[in-house]
Design a protein around this ligand. Structure first.
Ligand code: ASP
Ligand code: MG
Length: 401
């Protein structure tokens, strides 16, 4: 018995039958004597459809009005799920984000949660109600509706779990957990029983799109017990926690991120301050840089290459063009026909030879590595885009994860 937060994604509430299924899961948990807070996303493709509707009327709507529109998707879901639970005969109350006390900053479309005023929520729980909360939304200090960014309902759920000190936060989705690789690329990928928060953070930011990255950051910060599982099967899912059994498995997963590009500035002066000027210009434009490679200087010049997310393509090229002359560069080269393939595992920090094994697998597959980056628990390589799927399979086979 305890407090359990359950989050259901869009596919889990896509139609009436699925909603009744979710109502069954929720009331089963409640029947066992738990207090239950449920967070839901908009049904199926509702959010995409709403974006399309807006575009038909105004291709450049204000972000404020966009948030008013997009928040309606989750409001539909909470009412329908509450009705389903009423039908099963249990006490239930639905709350929008603002009724549930979500106060955010004012970055419309990508707001951060400032605090949750949880009185209303805890009052409803104290009255014995199952509480259904609309994910992805809040209100800023001017009482305007805000949204947390695409996929943000996960973060709503973890935030409630953190603030209410829930015993468990279950994220129900359409896959039954976190896999060692994307099962569409690697048919023999395995489901993981557990991963650490750090591994999950790397995996979600590397393109394993199961959890909203901010939800994992928050779960780590507040040590929320997190479990990812399917609403459509009754199998156990993947537990995300602080320390997992690192001895058991060296590598937890192989991830691929196609949304990257490589930029190189060729022949800049080989003097102090060049890297500083370059990367502060990118930082000023809020462009995140990932892998960085600087060549050894020769004839007083050097080359610097780095990767950025594809969504920053134009701004990054613009920044380099502006710096080119003053840095004495000959040329700017960019390539978006690249992909980043990474292995993640807390066990690699204490095991030598992991990088060698990964590079051997790529070499055997005849795949050329353009750039390499490492951290304590991750090794990433940049390769040609069309070789990505083959690289993931080859590396997965080599580690037999
Ligand atoms: N409905 C929102 C979206 O599609 C939020 C979410 O699903 O978490 O991005
Ligand atoms: Mg999601």
């Amino acid at each position: 018995m305890g407090l359990i937060v359950q989050k259901f994604g869009g596919t889990s509430v896509a139609n009436a039958e699925r909603i009744m299924n979710v109502a069954g899961i929720v009331t089963d948990t409640y029947k066992k004597g738990n207090s239950v807070v449920v967070v839901v996303s908009a049904q199926g493709d509702t959010t995409d459809d709403l974006i399309e509707k807006a575009r038909e009327i105004n291709p450049k709507p204000s972000k404020r009005e966009m948030d008013v529109l997009l928040s309606t998707g989750e409001q539909i879901s909470i009412a329908l799920l509450a009705m389903a639970i009423e039908k099963l005969g249990y006490p239930v109350k639905s709350l929008t984000g603002w009724q549930a006390g979500f106060v955010t900053d004012s970055t419309h479309g990508n707001s951060r949660i400032r605090r949750i005023d949880k009185e209303r929520l805890t009052n409803e729980l104290d009255k014995g109600n199952i509480v259904i909360v609309a994910g992805f939304q809040g209100i800023n200090r001017y009482d305007d509706i805000t949204t947390l960014g695409r996929g943000g309902s996960d973060t709503s759920a973890v935030a409630i779990a953190a603030v209410c000190h829930a015993d468990l936060c279950q994220i129900y989705t359409d896959v039954d957990g976190i896999y060692t690789a994307d099962p569409r690329l690697v048919p023999n990928a395995q489901k993981l029983d557990e991963v650490t928060f750090d591994e999950m953070l790397e995996l979600s930011s590397l393109g394993a799109q199961v959890l909203h990255t901010r939800s994992v950051e928050m779960a780590k910060k507040y040590n929320v017990n997190l479990e990812v599982l399917s609403s459509l099967t009754k199998r156990p899912g993947t537990v995300v926690k602080e320390v997992a059994d690192v001895e058991k498995m060296l590598i937890k997963g192989v991830a691929k991120d196609d949304k990257v590009m490589r930029l190189s500035i060729i022949g800049v002066q080989d003097i102090p301050g060049i890297a500083f000027r370059l990367f502060s210009a990118l930082a000023a434009r809020k462009i995140n840089v990932d892998i960085i490679l600087q060549s050894v200087g020769r004839d007083n010049t050097k080359d610097i290459a780095f990767t950025v997310g594809l969504d920053h393509r134009d701004e990054a090229i613009q920044a380099l063009e502006e710096l080119k002359v003053s840095m004495g560069a000959h040329e700017i080269v960019y390539d978006d026909n690249v992909t980043k393939v990474s292995i993640v595992g807390a066990g690699m920090a204490t095991n030598p030879g992991v990088a060698a094994k990964m590079f051997e697998a790529l070499s055997d597959a005849g795949i050329n590595i353009q750039m390499i980056a490492t951290s304590e628990i991750k090794i990433s390589v940049l390769i040609r885009k069309e070789e990505g799927p083959r690289a993931v399979q080859a590396i997965h086979d080599a580690f037999q994860v």
